[in-house]
Structures are given as C-alpha cells and as structure tokens.
Design a protein around this ligand. Structure first.
Ligand code: 3HC
Ligand code: NAI
Length: 694
C-alpha cells in the first residue's frame, strides 16, 4: 500500500505523505518514509530533501490505533526516522501546511529547516492522551521556541498557528501558500550558500533562572492536575532539555513508556476513539444525503430554549425564537444578551462579535414566521398535550424538508412523531443544561426517522461543536436511564444505613465532581418530586415513591430553601450534615424494618457505578444504544463521570466484567430489589466467556 509519493525535481527529492485522513505515522508510513530517505541519501543526484503533506494536513502524529499493539514498536519506529533525519548528510526541509501535531511535529523538529504556511497549526497534544511527546518533542521544541513557551505548549497540549510563532526559531520561513514550492526554492538557496545543515539538537539552552522557573511550574501543575500524572511528567521531561541532549532524550523516553501504561492514559485514549466512534452510525455513509441547515427555529424561550438558541448563534446560524408569551420572549432575549455581555467582559468575545450574534436572533409569537426554517427545535413544557399542539402547528407552518426536533427528556419521541404528517422528519435533539455550555447532544432516532435526517443531525452537531451520541427511544434515553440506575443504588444505600455525606464523599473521592446528594440539593429536589408524582398518576400500579419525598414534604427542596439532604447557612452553599435528615432516614428505616449497616467507600462506589454499568449493558442489549463506548461518552459529557476513569463501561472493563457480575450477584442476594441487581445478560455472558465489553 503506497502511503507517500516520491518525486525528484532537478536534484531535490520531494517526499509527499499520502496517508489519509491525517497522515498518521503508522508502521507502513514509517517504513516508506525511511525507504524514501535512504533512497535520496544513496542517490548522488539528490542534493536536498523536502518532506511535506497536503494542504489540509502535514501529519496528525503517531498512529494512535497502534498504541498498545505490537505494531507501535515495529521498526522503523518514529524515533528511528527522527534519528535518520537528524543525521542526514543532505539538508532536509519540512514543508508544513494544515495540521502538524504530535509525532508529525516531532519529525519536522528534527528536520534541518522548517517552512510553514501562516495558517498551519502546530502542537504537541500528547498530554491530552495522558502521554508526553515521546519522539524528541520535549527536547527540541523548547530549543526552538524557548523554555517557557515550549513548556506551555507541551504541558497544555496547546495548538498554535504558525503565524503566531513567527517570532521564534521554529520556522525558517512562513509563506501564504504553496509551501512545497517555497521549500524547494529555499533548498536551492541553501545549497547555493553552501550552509551545513543545522541540527536542532545542537542548540544550547541558555535560559536564565531555568531551575527556579521550573520549580514554580512544578508547584502550579501538580496543584492543577491532581488526578492526571501526564502534565507533571511533561514538566519533568522538558526539564531534561537542560541536560546534555542524549540524556534528555533518554529521560523523555523513560517517562513516555511509564505514562503509556497508566490507567489514565488508557482512559483518555479510549475516550479519543469513543468520541469519534459515537459520530458513526451503521448505514449512514458519506454518500447519505444531508440537508442544508441555514436557518433554525426554536420553540419555547425558557431555560433550554435560550441555551439552544445560543448554541446556534455561536456557530453563526440565524435563529428565530418563538414563544406564545411576549414577556417570556423579551426575558429570553435579555437572558441571551446578558450571557454574551458576561462572555465579553471575560474577554472571550469582542463587542462586534456580541452584536453580530444578537443580530442573528429574531423573535416571534407566530408559527408562520418559521416557514423558512430548515430545522426547528421544540423546548416547551414537558407535557405531551402541549407538545402535540406545538408539533401540529409546526407541521402546518414548516416548509417541506424542514426537520422537526424535540428536546424532550422523558416523553416518547415516536408518539410526538405521530402528531405530524411527516414522521420521517422528526427526531429528538436532547441538549443538556446549560445547553450553550454542555457538549453532549443525544440524538434520538425515532422508529421512522429517515437516514437523511439523522445524518443531517450528526452534521449539525459537529457544526455547533457538540458531541453527538445516537440513542433509540426509551424512557430517559441513554443518559437519564442510566442515571436512574445510579440513583436507585444510592437510595438503597441510604435505606440500608449509609448517610448522604458518606455516599457523596465516596463518589467524590472516586472522581465525580459532586456526589448525588450535593448535586440534588443544587438542582432542586422539587423537580424529581414533580416527575415522580406525574409518573405515579400515569402508572398507579407501580411504586415511584422515594425517601426524597419525605424531604420535599418537609419543604426541603435543596439549596434554594436552605435545606435538602444537607443544611445550608443563609444564602450559603456549603453543605452541613443535618440531624433532621438523619431522623427522617431512621424513621424510614424503622417503618421498613431495616437494621442499618455500615458501608466502606469501595462498596458505595461499586454499588453506584456497577448499577450504571448494568443499566448501560441492558441499553445496549435492547439496541437503544448502538455500541458500549457510546455510553461512556454520554456519561462523561453529560453527567460528570470522572474522565480519568474513561467512563463507566471502560471502568468496568478495567475492573473485570467477571468481578462486576460477581458483585452484582452479591448485591442482589441481600436486596429488596433483587431484579434491579440481576446482571444484564450481556454482562453474564461476557463474564462466562472472558471476552471484553466492546
Ligand atoms: N492516529 C490515528 N488516527 C488518527 C489520528 C492519529 N494520530 N488523528 C486522527 N485520527 C483519525 C481519527 O480517529 C478519525 O478517524 P475516523 O475518520 O475513523 O473517525 C480521523 O483521523 C479524523 O479525525 P477527526 O475526526 O478528529 O478529524 P478533525 O479534522 O476534527 O481533527 C485532528 C483532526 C486535529 C488531527 C484530530 O484528529 C486530533 O487531534 N488527532 C490527535 C492528534 C494527536 O494527539 N497526535 C499525537 C499522537 S501521539 C504521538 O504522536 C506520540 C509521539 O509523541 C511519539
Ligand atoms: P421552561 O419551563 O424553562 O421553558 C418552557 C418554555 O416553553 C416557556 O418559556 C414557555 O413559555 C414555553 N411554552 C410553553 N408552552 C408553549 C407553547 N404552546 N408554544 C410556545 N412556547 C410554549 O422549560 P425547560 O426547562 O426549558 O424545558 C423545556 C424542555 O426541555 C422540556 O421538554 C424539558 O423536559 C426539556 N429539557 C429540560 C432540561 C433542563 O435541565 N431544564 C434538560 C433537557 C431537556
């Protein structure tokens, strides 16, 4: 398989990497680059070499899919190529356009000269995969851009436009366009001048007070990244550039190998692949037609409607916001402006950008004004009768081919699609609150949603910077259905004797930003109470009651009432344990003849997280989710699952499915809700076969 082109232009070899989509440096690519280098080294006619990619991409770096497989270390390795470049007797010029990241930049750093277009984007983002640049990047980048700047780029995985680095030694020339031609002309000039090829490794670091500077950085970085080892190891590797070059390289290598085997890096690499997989749907290909979305309508100017508006306005898409109530509309517009004003005050957008976004926003109380919309997102009250009215009105008003989306969190999208004469154009777009901030977008595919509409929704998600995950129709879709499992496990722990604080603390130590009871107090307990009451009325044969009802009956709605699962000082947000809650729980336990037990933090985490995993496995079994890793993406992006754990399903895989199933059976054996704990068939069968949960 050819992954590069080799061309000779009057004594200059041009090596063009051609390994789409991102010229990643997999084994074949590496072998072909080294072969091409050797060929040009042996050919006496060749006097210089130019290595380049396409206008879109120089290289996205090492092939991440090879990590953890034997291919990753199959020779030649990236380090072999870089050493060959470094020692190459003829001048080598890297000609960079588009993306140049990770191992791709490391390759360019070892070339003798670098030429880039202004728009080229360079960076060493390995830290985002829980790694550090392992092919000389930590030693060469600081030599070319300075210690402080190099460290900043490496520790934060920052990408920079070439133009922004014009004041450093990184580039020998920056051009507007035609970088390969410019590199060939540059090579000729160097050959005429007769310069010996300079080597980055020979640059001596002469930063004053480097050690003192590194000490400050170490303190800051360790405080800012308590849960990830990679940022700190990046600092240590960069500190190695104060040592002799080969020593620094050895240190970098040792740290890279160490990080590669950490659970945090495994989690981040899993997330990288899972995020990209989530945007793929079997049967939807590049050829599936997409509709053009140029104008959007949003119905309902409440919490979600205003956030959804901003998601589109931020991407430069005009929005018409509809609400029946003029005052609510005016308040919605004011909310949006207030948000943009605050963003401007923080320096994140200019006054011109603010006005541009506001100018894209229109309001109306008439459905007829949505006639030009290509997509309408409904975010009115969570009530099927109101949704019906809205969808019937939209069906009347919208042009053929417009997409009708609902933001419902609990209602049946198939029923909603049944209200219109074009059910193939209906789907759920479940944004998370605050909709302009949260990255997750659950795309709910109803039974009759067309492939074209689904493909368009996936493209829209990308345009507005959201992470899509496709869900089928079920109560709560993927995320809220899993959340129910987590909450049920928490409630059982409370009844069996654990306190809200013990449960919160165990889960926060595990890595959740907030335990479920602190979170409940923040969000307001009355919301769940209202939903339970509604569900009880809809299904009188089932029991939706919760011990939380007792708190609500006592007027404890959380922070807003100064009391919920915890007590709060007047206007305060610090949760204090409250004997009143302990009494409510004790009374509840007595009524249910439960003798309280104590639980270790480990048992608390196992119960809550394995409940998520078990519900997740059922969701996959039922076909509501198309793949296991999608569940991780939902839970990481929508529900604060700790990133360093890679999501509940990845975590379960690390613990071992066999162990998860054993724990579930143990929980079931002593539970009043044994069915809840019955291991999903998918988990049981994997526990038996020993296969992975993928
Ligand atoms: N290896 C393998 N595949 C890669 C890749 C890589 N380094 N970078 C991207 N891809 C794949 C993606 O998985 C995706 O595959 P798909 O089409 O099957 O879904 C495809 O390329 C396109 O990627 P995106 O969907 O992310 O496309 P974008 O245009 O939005 O972004 C990008 C392109 C900026 C290159 C982004 O993919 C990215 O940030 N990639 C990772 C870059 C990185 O971390 N490089 C360092 C690698 S580690 C390394 O080099 C170690 C060295 O120091 C030793
Ligand atoms: P909200 O109560 O803040 O806003 C609803 C808006 O709909 C109000 O402005 C109201 O005036 C308007 N409205 C009511 N009937 C209307 C009609 N017939 N025509 C036009 N406008 C009408 O509600 P919120 O929280 O924004 O929720 C909206 C939807 O989003 C619901 O379906 C909810 O389940 C869903 N959702 C809510 C989330 C949240 O965290 N609040 C998260 C995800 C989804």
């Amino acid at each position: 398989m050819t992954q590069l082109a080799y061309q000779v232009l009057d004594g200059i070899a041009l090596i063009v990497m051609q390994n789409p989509p991102v010229n990643s440096m997999g084994h074949i690519q590496r072998r072909q680059i080294l072969n091409a280098l050797e060929r040009s080294g042996e050919d006496a006619q060749i006097r210089a070499v130019v290595i380049t990619g396409s206008e879109e991409v120089f290289s996205g770096g090492a092939d991440i899919t090879e990590f953890g497989t034997p291919k990753a270390n199959r020779q030649p390795t990236l380090r072999d190529i870089i050493e060959a470049l470094d020692e190459f007797p003829k001048p080598v010029i890297a000609a960079i356009d588009g993306i140049c990241l990770g191992g791709g930049l490391e390759l360019a750093l070892a070339a003798h000269y670098r030429i880039a277009t202004r728009r080229a984007v360079v960076g060493l983002p390995e830290v985002k995969l829980g790694l550090l640049p392992g092919a000389g990047g930590t030693q060469r980048l600081p030599r070319l851009v300075g210690l402080e700047r190099g460290l900043d780029m490496i520790v934060h995985g920052k990408k920079e436009r070439a133009a922004a680095l014009a004041d450093t030694r990184l580039f020998d020339l920056i051009v507007e366009d035609g970088v390969a031609d410019a590199a060939v002309a540059f090579a000729r000039r160097r050959l005429e001048a007769g310069d010996a090829p300079p080597r980055t490794r020979d640059i001596r670091m002469t930063e004053p007070d480097a050690e003192a500077f590194l000490q400050v950085v170490r303190r800051n970085i360790s405080a800012a990244n308590p849960r990830f080892p990679a940022p700190m190891q990046c600092v240590e590797a960069v500190a190695g550039c104060l040592l002799p070059f080969d020593e620094g390289i050895r240190k970098e290598r040792a740290l890279f190998v160490q990080l590669m085997s950490t659970p945090e890096s495994a989690a981040l690499r899993h997330v990288f692949a899972a995020e990209r997989a989530a945007a793929k749907v079997p049967g939807i290909t590049k050829e599936t037609p997409r509709r053009v979305i140029q104008r959007v309508g949003v119905v309902g100017a409440g919490t979600m409607g205003t956030g959804i508006c901003m998601s589109f306005l931020n991407a430069g898409i005009p929005v018409t916001l509809l609400d029946l109530d003029g005052d609510v509309l005016a308040r919605g517009v004011a909310t949006i402006r207030k948000h943009y004003d605050a963003t401007m005050r923080k320096g994140r957008i200019s006054a011109t950008e603010l006005e541009k976004r506001m100018s894209l926003l229109g309001t109306t109380r008439m459905y007829g004004d949505l006639k030009d919309a290509d997509l309408v997102v409904e975010a009115v009250f969570e009530d099927m009768a109101i949704k019906e009215k809205v969808f019937r009105a939209l069906d009347e008003a919208l042009k053929p081919g417009a997409i009708l989306a609902t933001n419902t969190s609990t209602l049946d999208v198939n029923v909603i699609a049944g209200f219109v004469k074009r059910p193939e154009d209906v789907l759920g777009l479940h944004f998370f609150s605050p909709a302009n901030v949260m990255r997750l977008l659950e795309i709910v595919r109803a039974d009759r949603t067309s492939a074209e509409v689904l493909a368009t929704a996936l493209a829209v998600a990308k345009t507005i910077g959201k992470q899509p995950v496709v869900s089928g129709v079920c109560d709560g879709f993927i995320g809220n259905r899993m959340l129910n499992g987590y909450r049920t496990a928490g409630e059982e722990l409370l009844l069996l004797g654990a306190s809200p604080r013990e449960i919160d603390r165990a889960l926060e130590d595990f890595g959740f930003a907030m335990g479920p009871y602190r979170m409940g107090d923040l969000a307001g307990l009355d919301i769940g109470w209202a939903i339970r009451k509604r569900r009880q009325a809809e299904h009188p044969d089932r029991d939706f009651s919760s011990v939380a009802d007792r708190l609500c009956e006592a007027g404890r709605f959380g922070q807003k009432t100064g009391a919920g699962w915890y007590r709060y000082e007047e206007g305060g947000r610090i949760p204090h344990e409250d004997p009143v809650v302990a009494d409510i729980l004790d009374a509840y336990r007595r009524e249910n003849s439960i003798e309280p037990s104590s639980f270790t933090p480990r048992e608390i985490v196992d119960r809550c997280v394995f409940a998520l995993v078990n519900e997740g496995a059922r969701i996959v079994e039922e076909g509501v989710s198309q793949r296991v890793s999608d569940l991780d993406i939902v839970y990481l992006n929508g529900y604060g699952f700790p990133l360093q754990r890679g999501g509940p399903m990845h975590y379960a895989q690390q613990v071992g499915i066999f162990n998860v199933v054993r724990a579930l059976r143990r929980f079931a054996a002593h539970s009043r809700i044994p069915d809840f704990w019955q291991p999903a068939a998918l988990l049981s069968s994997l526990a038996n076969s020993g296969e992975a949960l993928t």
